[in-house]
Write a protein that binds this ligand. Structure first.
Ligand code: TYD
Length: 232
């Protein structure tokens, strides 16, 4: 029976993936999902902006550039609105049922893209973040780090004839600033963030990610074993 193979977790794990354009996030997330499912874990793969019907409706507005002319604060509020819906409709219930949630971009994308390169007031950004996540902080954040020049080359090769989205088309200097901002977050929050060199061969990147996630699962497992059983 399939349920017998389920590696049961008393509480799920929330893992987010961050990084600049062309770092290989989606390929690596799919690989990891496959490997964890192979072990019998309940894995939910999701992404931002989007991941719930309400948030997907907002995704189009943001990535088409329709909100760009209204300024970065308007965009930041829309990202936060989409995130709030995604958290409450999808992420929180999945973690509560014991799933491993793998999310392609989350709050650090807003900190970096809107907060740092959008030059928004840090207090405004913190307030938006608090409302959007409502306590749902990732247990682990994998930052895929790559030289933006290489990342943009990969993103454009992947896109082929397609057009760059609202954020991809920005200047190299802006992408460099984002890379530094991600590394800065990782330095400030070493308990949550793991930086992985995304310029390595895909197998090496996958191994580094897998080691970080398995480490987080082992911690979760040891915590649940030492917690006293709940009285029923
Ligand atoms: P997407 O097509 O999902 O691309 P990627 O492969 O780069 O993740 O585009 C998401 C874009 O939205 C990306 O350029 C980053 C940007 N973004 C923000 O600016 N703020 C946010 O909070 C999020 C989640 C994404």
């Amino acid at each position: 029976m399939a349920t017998e193979r389920m590696a049961s977790l008393t509480r799920g794990l929330f893992v987010t993936f961050e990084g600049g354009e062309g770092a290989g996030k989606s390929t690596q997330i799919s690989r990891l999902a496959e490997s964890l499912r192979g072990d019998g874990h309940d894995v939910l793969l999701t992404r931002e902006p989007g991941g719930s019907p309400g948030a997907e409706a907002v995704r189009h507005v943001l990535l088409s550039g329709a909100a760009e002319s209204f300024g970065p604060a308007m965009e930041a509020i829309l990202f936060a609105a989409a995130r709030s819906d995604h958290v409450e409709q999808v992420i929180r219930p999945a973690v509560a049922r014991g799933a491993i949630v793998l999310c392609d971009r989350f709050l650090d994308s807003s900190r970096v893209y809107q907060g740092i390169t959008g030059n928004l007031d840090p207090a405004f950004m913190r307030a938006l973040e608090r409302v959007a996540i409502n306590g749902m902080m990732p247990d682990l954040t994998i930052v895929l780090d790559i030289d933006p020049k290489e990342g943009l080359r990969r993103a454009s090769a992947r896109r082929g004839e397609g057009v760059a989205d609202r954020f991809e088309k920005e200047t190299l200097a802006i992408h460099r600033k984002r890379r530094e901002a991600y590394l800065d977050i990782a330095r400030r929050e070493p308990g949550r963030c793991v930086v992985v060199d995304a310029a390595q061969a895909p197998d090496e990147v996958a191994a580094a990610i897998e080691a970080a996630v398995r480490g987080a699962l082992a911690i979760l497992d040891s915590v649940s074993r030492t917690e006293p059983a709940m009285a029923t």
